[in-house]
Design a protein around this ligand. Structure first.
Ligand SMILES: C[S@@+](CC[C@H](N)C(=O)[O-])C[C@H]1O[C@@H](n2cnc3c(N)ncnc32)[C@H](O)[C@@H]1O
Length: 473
């Protein structure tokens, strides 16, 4: 290992920063975060440093560097970008036995600064030892994406209970198990979701009564939790960070037809996966059966992820499942997903609203119990709006007929997006009067979203995939 990783406590310590430009300002931000007392030395400084100096947050000395400036400092940072000056700073710090860093000059530095992921008090430093700083930054981006924003909050919460847990559990192994269960369990999830009050009340209850070591975690804690999670329209990259995190810690994943195998693969390896969608050889489970399944797993103390295509609250029956579980005293959290309308529109380059063209967008279902969707047609043709029609492939003919009968121009542009955001996505555009012919000509069977409105014209032709086939009215 070329560099020894360590974290310095700079709180209240004197740090010399030589330089007043952008590089110096970046270092200053970090040093101030760490609570250092920074003296900036520069004949001229940029607006950020000047502003901080004016407010008294840092001391700015407007002159060039002399060797004596390093005296009494904890560390020295050079960021002038001028070889001669940076070298003199490094030399003076070296002679005084002080740690010194020079921006972009590992050869002059006695320490280097890692790329950091900051979830204070949790901080992750990544260094390639100067070999490949861009690679270290890439790695940081990946870690950033994996770690929930509220991780610092979780660490602080745990800190406030450390003493109490220690008093309750004298055995080190028991304490470790307690914290392991805590960090993997529903209380931690509550804190990450911002509900610290409930988490605090429950933690106090755990500590004050009974055995916290059994109760903090998931399966040992009685009723489990159900997360009703939106998986987005299909592209796994459109999952939310939260969906990914929950999938990776779920005991059971109960999923629908629209959720592809790449997304299910994100689940923990030993998680139970239960398919409840429709398949030809396999009769669909009724909503009652799905509700009962969710309830039984939650009551067995499992962490359940109920994974649905798109967003659970948009034509997803997430509302019914939430109500059922709440009525049975099961804790439920809903995690939104990108709904088909926004996912498909983005994938096809169609803005759903546009100044002057569409002031509103209506999500509607073309699903029909007895051949005809039960919709307020007169309302749908009012306003300059975009219609995003879910489940409308089999009723497309009647939808276009009714909209035209109620006054919508037969030439209104339409787009049909099948398997939106997936590699086999198909986009076809035409006019409202020709909607059914458009579906047939392109062999569209679904899942597909139909977009009706002037905004379809705005899709840049370059943004539409090859399969586009425009049919005249
Ligand atoms: C039962 S609804 C579920 C909607 C989902 N909850 C959402 O928010 O997108 C199923 C319908 O959503 C639309 N849909 C879902 N995913 C789609 C995709 N990738 N491409 C096109 N349409 C999609 C289709 O209209 C499909 O028939």
């Amino acid at each position: 290992m070329r560099y020894f990783p360590a974290f310095l406590d700079l709180t209240g310590r004197s740090v010399l920063l030589v330089g007043g430009g952008e590089a110096a300002a970046r270092k200053l931000r970090l040093l101030r975060k760490a609570g250092a007392e920074v003296t900036v030395l520069a004949p001229r400084a940029g607006t950020e440093i000047e502003g901080l100096a004016a407010s008294g947050a840092v001391r700015l000395v407007r002159r060039g560097f002399v060797a004596g400036d390093v005296t009494g400092r904890s560390i020295v940072q050079a960021a002038t970008g001028l070889d001669a000056v940076d070298s003199r700073v490094a030399e003076a710090a070296g002679l005084a036995g002080l740690p010194v860093n020079v921006v972009d000059r590992p050869d002059l530095s006695s320490f280097i600064m890692p790329a950091i992921v900051d979830r204070d008090p949790l901080v992750i430093g990544i260094s390639s030892g100067g070999a490949a700083p861009v690679l270290a930054r890439r790695l940081r981006e990946r870690i950033e994406a994996l770690l929930p924003a509220g991780l610092g909050r979780l660490a602080r919460f745990a800190e406030t209970f450390r003493g109490a847990v220690e008093a309750n559990l004298s055995n080190f192994v028991e304490r470790r198990r307690f914290w392991e269960r805590f960090f993997d369990g529903p209380l931690a999830e509550k804190i990450l979701a911002g509900d610290e009050r409930t988490a605090r009340e429950r933690m106090l209850a755990l500590i004050n009564g009974g055995s916290p070591s059994r109760a903090a975690g998931s399966s040992a804690s009685g009723p489990g939790t159900v997360h009703i999670v939106g998986a987005g329209p299909g592209d796994p990259d459109l999952l939310t960070f939260k969906a990914l995190r929950l999938l990776q810690r779920a005991d059971v994943v109960i999923y629908d037809k629209l959720v592809g195998p790449e997304i299910i693969d994100y689940a923990r390896r030993d998680a139970e996966r239960i398919y409840v969608g429709k398949a030809k050889a396999n009769h669909a489970k009724t909503q009652d059966q799905i509700n009962a399944l969710l309830l039984s797993h939650a009551r067995a103390g499992k962490q359940v992820v109920r994974l649905k295509g798109g967003d659970p609250f948009v034509f997803g029956r997430g509302g019914e499942e939430q109500a059922y579980l709440r009525a049975h005293d099961v804790e439920v959290e809903v995690v939104p997903g990108i709904t088909a309308a926004t996912g498909c529109a983005a994938a096809a380059g169609i803005p759903l609203t546009y100044r002057g063209e569409a002031q509103a967008v209506t999500f509607l279902t073309g699903h029909a119990r007895d051949g005809e969707p039960d919709l307020d047609w007169a309302h749908l043709v009012k306003l300059r709006q975009t219609l995003a029609i879910y489940m409308g492939v089999s009723t497309a003919a009647v939808i276009s007929r009714r909209l035209i009968e109620h006054g919508l121009d037969p030439a209104t542009p339409v787009a049909v997006i099948e398997n939106g955001t997936l590699p086999n996505q198909k986009v076809a555009t035409g006019s409202l009067a020709g909607l059914e012919a458009l579906l047939q000509a392109n062999g569209i069977v679904g899942p597909a979203l139909i977009v009706v409105g002037e905004v379809v014209r705005l899709a840049e032709s370059g943004a539409l995939p090859q399969q586009v086939q425009a049919l005249a009215g």
